[in-house]
Design a protein around this ligand. Structure first.
Ligand SMILES: NC(=O)c1ccc[n+]([C@@H]2O[C@H](COP(=O)([O-])OP(=O)(O)OC[C@H]3O[C@@H](n4cnc5c(N)ncnc54)[C@H](OP(=O)(O)O)[C@@H]3O)[C@@H](O)[C@H]2O)c1
Length: 326
């Protein structure tokens, strides 16, 4: 798989990455065996960036432990990314914690759970309104000096926060939601990250699965599947979003690809500095996703996608209480 440069500080990754959240969190029952098999197949196919977080283990490190075990045989060939600062339980009073002492605690715990001696990419998961970003960048900078972290990342930060952080310690990657269904967030920050030489990692690149077309109405998902409450799945929005998928699928079929691959290829076409990290617990789906790296979209294809989905999905991407404020 072709490699992309993520910004100008040396961070590189194969065009399609892998996101591990769904192995334990957000989309129904955990599937450790499926996750490990998917991660190992992704590596065989050339995927090099693997993404996890403190949050995905619900404070137990379970997601990082699974990822660490899965990548152990090839750890030195890949980039392991994890994130700090979004704490559970989801408490409306205090969702985020980027106090320097907490960042240090998470770094040590993540090293232990992953079974490694360095976190290749350490992101702040969400901007913490109670901690100046300069203190966050300074703390991660110290961890870099100590050799515990290689690259510093931010997630869902806005242009001003990115600039302030970057002035204290270089930011190598910004990870934010970006897909055919969610464009506004990336459009707001891409000029800034490009000016500063920061790479862009696109999370939920398949719109939490909607862009694969393998969807069902909200009420049909398990109790612990966040799509039960996702506005894009609610009656009214669901039907309109599904109609768009039908048209995208037709366009994809005309190119001999699937709608999933079209969605990932669309992201790759938005710039050479973008790496999507689709998540799956299935080997067959990893294979489908990795093959998207070879799907080329023409200017006409891109224009047709804009015509079908001019402003992203119907329905907000997060409930108001969880909406990131960077
Ligand atoms: N920084 C942040 O705040 C943040 C937020 C969300 C996510 N992320 C990261 O981004 C990664 C990806 O995002 P995501 O997992 O939310 O959403 P996604 O990649 O857009 O979609 C994942 C969903 O799509 C399904 N899927 C994947 N490939 C498929 C295929 N080829 N055919 C049919 N279904 C397919 C998966 O199901 P199965 O697992 O059942 O295959 C899963 O339900 C996460 O794993 C996480 O690492 C970061």
């Amino acid at each position: 798989m072709r490699t992309r440069k993520l910004g100008t500080q040396g961070l590189e990754a194969a065009a399609i990455g892998y996101g591990a959240m769904g192995i334990t969190t957000a989309y129904g029952a955990a599937d450790e065996a499926g996750g490990i098999a998917a991660i190992r197949r992704a590596h065989e196919l050339g995927v090099t960036m693997f993404d996890t977080a403190e949050l995905y283990g619900h404070g137990t490190g379970s997601n990082e432990t699974i990822v660490g075990r899965a990548v152990a045989p090839f750890r030195d060939e890949i980039t392991l990314a994890t994130k700090f600062g979004w704490v559970l339980p989801l408490n409306p009073e205090k969702l985020y914690d980027s106090r320097p002492e907490h960042i240090r605690e998470v770094a040590d715990a993540s090293l232990r759970y992953l079974g490694v001696d360095r976190l290749d990419l350490f992101y702040q998961h969400r901007v913490d309104p109670d901690v100046p970003i300069e203190d966050v960048a300074g703390t991660v900078g110290e961890l870099v000096e100590e050799g515990k972290v290689q690259y510093f990342g931010l997630s869902e930060a806005g242009p001003d926060t990115i600039r302030r952080a970057h002035a204290v310690h270089p930011v190598s990657a910004l990870q934010s939601e970006f897909s055919i269904f969610e464009r506004a967030t990336a459009e707001e920050v891409l000029p800034t990250v490009r000016e500063l030489g920061i790479g862009f990692v696109a999370y939920s690149p398949l719109g939490r699965g909607f862009l694969t077309g393998d969807v069902k109405p909200a009420g049909d998902y398990a109790e612990d599947d966040m799509r039960r409450n996702d506005a894009r799945w609610q009656p009214g929005n669901y039907e309109k979003n599904l109609a768009a998928i039908g048209q995208l699928r037709e366009l994809a079929a005309g190119k001999g690809s699937t709608v999933t691959q079209l969605a990932l290829a669309w992201l790759l076409a938005q710039g050479e500095d973008i790496v999507p990290i689709p998540g799956t617990r299935s080997v067959a789906r990893v294979e489908e996703n990795a093959a998207a790296a070879d799907v080329e979209l023409t200017a006409d294809d891109l224009a047709r996608i804009d015509e079908i989905v001019p402003h992203g999905a119907f329905g907000a991407r997060y409930p108001e209480i969880m909406m990131p404020r960077g």
